[in-house]
Design a protein around this ligand. Sequence first.
Ligand code: PEP
Ligand code: MG
Length: 539
Amino acid sequence: MITLQGKGVSSGIAKGRLSFIKRKSLPVEKRPIDDVELEIKRFNMARQVAADQLDTLTATMADKIGEENALLFEIHRMMLEDADYCDPIVEIIKTEKVCAEYAVNTAGSRLAKEFADMDDEYMKARSIDVYDVSKRIVEILSGGGQALGSDDDPVILAADDFTPSETAQLDRSKTLALVSRQGAVNSHTAIFARTMGIPAAIGFGAFLSNDFSGKEAMLDGETGVLYVDPEPAVITGLEAKAERTRREREALEKMRGKPTRTKSGKMMKLYANIGSVSDADAALAGDAEGVGLFRSEFLYLGRDTYPDENAQYESYRKALEKMGNRQVIIRTLDIGADKQADYFNLPKEENPAMGMRAIRICLTRPDIFKTQLRAIYRASVHGNAAIMFPMICSLDELLRAKELAKAVREDLAAKGVPFKLDVPIGIMIETPASAVVSDMLAREADFFSIGTNDLTQYTLAIDRQNNSISSFCDTHHEAILRLIAMTCDNAHRAGIWCGICGSLGADLALTKTFVEMGVDELSVEPSCILKLRSVIAAC
Ligand code: PEP
Ligand code: MG
């Protein structure tokens, strides 16, 4: 038996034959050309074909990998228009007088390497996207293609790395698991694998040798360990683990449809965090009692212009209709910091996390904010909506945001447009400032939802994007717990409810603490809901 340690990125146990993916090799030779203009034309035509393919992928993959994930192909499409990507290719064709395949391959590899060499883990993970787009164009130019998983039986697929396009288009019935030599934890390949429930581990390096092709193997996607020719004891151990997980899941199913209640009988709400309309299906499948955080900014990302009022209205309406009478809390625009959209033309900042983001943009550019509020109010007649403002730091900000909401209501009423008057307006508590003045804010808000991801970042002065300092990030730090307790007390004193929608809400080590603090609602990833309900029942 050979044991290889990788990084587990999608949990689950898989047992089967290892099969290294067969890509039809694309000979990218340095073919000299005479007609430069003709070659640039070939490149542009291939770009157009690639754009059409990516449009189809965006439209057809939403069901399989989720609407938000499918937007990646829209980003790939935008790369086809990006001068940083295209200009060096044209330059190589012109100066070296070589074929487009070679120019795309050379310039694409250079750009992919630039990304791979970056410190930031997110940017590093984008290297595979550049490679994916270049591979697509080269394949179009050379009339080639790839055959993934051409085996008849289901196998554990192995490769240097999988591109997002490959992963999204995998035949689930033939794919037991994915293992790769390279890859990044934050890559879309990893995200897609999790969404599709395919166990996966990455980063095995050269240890994942082609010599293992055809051998029996077992993968534990949680620990990231791959066993080649597994010993009987390992097989028994992992099969027992898979069985335990299956039984645990079965036991959790008993919590489905039950109310969320503590041992002492206190009722709590278990809501889901979503980023798109299609995520509402996952929320329902996970048995969410509502949506505690609809990250509406995803409607603004991956595009080159502002989504108009009607497009937004349609998204909110669909989400509300899907959730029926369950509450859907729509967080207003939280763009800026790590979520950038070029067309906002935000200033380049030294510290974007502390810069022009979220409610600050909305208060500075009320036209954008009012368009969103109008869309939410119009959609409100289709379900049980609530509005939530992000990144509030002061009472003044809350009052100004509420004033704009009032102006929108007045305008809709004057025009005779139907909307619900009593849509609750809550705020996120994401800054130490808002937690400290939560007594004042509670008098003007209908509810609080604590965003522990940002609250942790701002309280501990730990950039949430910077992996290199994650060892300093004590998410259970007493300062954070005190701020949560203080916020909760102040909410209750003012007679409003207080929830948590940051990642800490799903931290089972803190569930009892939150129950004791009197937290009323937890909004988490849909897959955490049944487990949390069973833990709360024992608190
Ligand atoms: C948070 O900050 O905890 C939160 C839920 O918002 P986001 O992660 O989208 O910033
Ligand atoms: Mg936040």
